[in-house]
Ligand binder design. Structure first.
Ligand code: ZN
Ligand code: ZN
Length: 327
C-alpha cells in the first residue's frame, strides 16, 4: 500500500513534528488516500522493479520515490503489537548530527552537506520487548576491618557479618532488536526509549520511512534480553552488599521467569556516509534525538590546520574506530 494525496497526487507521509499525515508537495494535512497494491516485485505507483530483502516491510521506490508499505509483512503474525512513532523529523535528526559533529576539527567538509544528508533514512527497526520476573537469593559472609594504633601497638579488629539478601524484581520491556542488518551494539546504544509513547500499530505511521518485519522470532532473541536482565540483577545485588571489606559467597541463586513478550517497531534515523572508500554509519534515536557514531578523520583538513594540531591526529585516529556514545 501507499498513501497518496487526494489534493495533488503526491506521497502523503507521517510528519513527526506535526504528529499527523502531511503532504510535503502541497502542504495539505489529512488529505491521504490509501492505495492498496501490495506487490513485492514492482512499485505500486510507477511499476518500476523493487529491490528488497525478505524482511523489508516498507521501502522507498528508487524510481519515483514513493514510500511503499507491504501489507503481508505488517499483518497477521507480523503485525506489530505496538509502534513508537517518529518524533524527530529528518531536519531535526540532521540538526542533532550537525551539532554533534560539524564543529569537530576532523570532520570532512562535505559531511554535513545537504546532498549528503539527503541519503539519511528513517527506519522502523523491529524489536522484541520482554518482561521478566526475577528472584535472587544470596547468602554470604562479609567482613569489616578496623585498624588503630595505641602506643607502639597496631590493633586490627575484624567483624563478621552474615549477609542475606532476598531480592524480587520486575523488569519490564527489556529490548532486543530483531534485525540482522542493525548491529546489536549500536541498537543497545540507542536506548533508552520512552515507552510511554508506544501506541497501537497502524500502517500510516510507516509512510515516509523504511521498515523491516522481525528477522528472528521472540524465542531466539530471549537470550539477549535475559543477559541484560542478569547483568542488571547482578548490579542490584552488588550495590546492596557493598561496603564490606571482603565478601565470601555461601550460595547465590538467580531465577529468571519470562512473562510477556511484545513485538514493536522503534524509530531510528540512519545516515550512511562514504569517505575515502570507507563507510561510516551514524544513528539518531528517532524519538529522543540521541546520536551514536564516530567522527570520520579527514587528512586534508588535518593538514590545513597545520603542524601544531598534527600531534593530536594519532590519538583521534585511535578513537575513530570506537563507537562514541553521545547523549
Ligand atoms: Zn498534496
Ligand atoms: Zn515507483
Amino acid at each position: 500500500m501507499f498513501f497518496k494525496c487526494k489534493n495533488c497526487g503526491g506521497n502523503t507521509v507521517y510528519a513527526p513534528d506535526k504528529k499527523r499525515m502531511y503532504c510535503p508537495h502541497c502542504e495539505s494535512t489529512d488529505s491521504e488516500e490509501k492505495i492498496e497494491d501490495n506487490s513485492l516485485v514492482q512499485c505500486a505507483n510507477c511499476g518500476a522493479p523493487l529491490q528488497m530483502s525478505e524482511y523489508t516491510s516498507a521501502c522507498r521506490c528508487g524510481h519515483c520515490g514513493m514510500y511503499l508499505i507491504f501489507d503481508e509483512r505488517v499483518s497477521g503474525s507480523y503485525e506489530p503489537h505496538m509502534i513508537l512513532p517518529f518524533r524527530v523529523s529528518r531536519e531535526q535528526a540532521a540538526a542533532h548530527l550537525e551539532s554533534e559533529f560539524s564543529n569537530r576539527l576532523f570532520a570532512p567538509s562535505d559531511f554535513m552537506s545537504a546532498k549528503s544528508l539527503e541519503k539519511m533514512e528513517g527506519i522502523y527497526v523491529p524489536f522484541w520487548l520482554y518482561d521478566y520476573d526475577v528472584n535472587y537469593d544470596f547468602a554470604g559472609e562479609g567482613t569489616r576491618i578496623r585498624t588503630w594504633r595505641s602506643g607502639d601497638t597496631e590493633y586490627t579488629e575484624t567483624s563478621y557479618y552474615e549477609v542475606i539478601r532476598k531480592m524480587n524484581a520486575d523488569f519490564e520491556r527489556v529490548p532486543a532488536d530483531a534485525s540482522f542488518v542493525m548491529e546489536d551494539g549500536i541498537m543497545d546504544l540507542m536506548e533508552p526509549y520512552n515507552y510511554q509513547e508506544l501506541t497501537g500499530f497502524v500502517p500510516k505511521y510507516m509512510s515516509g520511512f523504511l521498515g523491516e518485519r522481525y528477522n528472528q522470532p521472540a524465542e531466539e532473541l530471549a537470550v539477549r534480553a535475559a543477559g541484560k536482565v542478569k547483568e542488571a540483577s547482578e548490579n542490584l545485588l552488588q550495590s546492596s552488599i557493598a561496603g564490606y571489606t571482603t565478601m565470601r559467597t555461601y550460595h547465590k541463586n538467580l531465577n529468571l521467569q519470562k512473562k510477556d513478550t511484545c513485538y514493536v517497531l522503534m524509530p531510528v534515523w540512519q545516515y550512511v556516509y562514504r569517505y575515502r572508500d570507507k563507510t561510516y554509519l551514524y544513528h539518531v534515536n528517532g524519538q529522543t534525538g540521541k546520536v551514536v557514531g564516530a567522527t570520520p578523520v579527514s587528512k586534508e583538513k588535518v593538514i590545513a590546520y597545520g603542524v601544531s594540531v598534527f600531534a593530536m591526529v594519532t590519538a583521534i585516529c585511535g578513537l575513530a574506530v570506537h563507537v562514541l556514545e553521545i547523549l
